[in-house]
Ligand binder design. Sequence first.
Ligand code: MRU
Length: 357
Amino acid sequence: MQTPRTIHWIGDSSGFVRLIDQTLLPTALQYRDCRTAEEVWEAIRSLRVRGAPAIGIAAAMGVVVGLQGYVVGGRDVFLARLDEVCAYLRTSRPTAVNLFWALDRMQRRARELAALSPREILDGLLHEALTIEEEDRRMCRSIGEAGADLIRDGSGVLTHCNAGGLATADYGTALAVIFAASEKGRRFVVYADETRPLLQGARLTAWELKQRGINVTLICDSMAAQVMKEGRVQAVVVGADRIAANGDTANKIGTYGVALLARAHDIPFYVAAPSSTFDLNLPTGDAIPIEQRDPREVTHGFGTQTAPDGIHVYNPAFDVTPHELITALITEKGLIQPVDAANIRRVLPLDVGERGL
Ligand code: MRU
């Protein structure tokens, strides 16, 4: 069975964004419509739509809804509003570079179309947003093809957080590798880390894998070491939020720990990501901004208080795995192995991952 569409556009350029409200999964599959830039911003910030590529697609569509009221006010007003909406959407979340990559792309496209009327520019921007979505769909399929043979028959595969269809236009990145291996007839078990504090592994990955009939076993994050020691895991595959020029990779908090465990148990550790997740402007992962989130996600997860009142909390949403711990990067252009700056440059063309207008 297919995963339902994560995010899509309804109608023409006067239309709106429809996305799965991922905060309600796995107990309710409900769509939420966003008709203003503020609603898209809120959906990204509160993780109704989440996962690096999906955030980028949502932001691109958010630009279109944010401009709809400005098609009658003249071109200068329209273009000023474009910059305002993009600056605003950039503040929704800091770590996933796909957000900034998509907004850069929308601004670049608007400049190319600047001689047209505001209505025509808006139509062109909707087309660009839909192109970003369609390209992501294709890249995810290619990532699956590139990585499928890394999953051996009869093996165990561990993943962290959710890098599936819900985190992308469709099919996912890390989960694309798993789906593609399954489609090739391999039989294997996926161990899904539940992924504290927001449980993307338990709520989303376990749900997606079950939907597609994949053999999945849920574990608490703290069980990964024991599961590896017992010889149950032969590969780790995770997604990424931002990959620096040398391959250092930001992904959901806990990923770095999983990479260290994989190294300690001599298990290959793979990162699957499209070229839109590379930030070649950053030489290393040290410069990747790490989102800090509300302490209540740790103390009051899903409505239940689990820590004393007034406790100090540290809640970084992401960590950075050094490139030395990554066996290979799985991209839509193929595998990058070993993971270093020269190899990344060789596989990704010059204009990929180079942000800026
Ligand atoms: O906070 P989230 O749920 O947006 O974090 C998502 C992740 O860390 C994913 O692994 C990453 O974005 C890759 S999604 C293909």
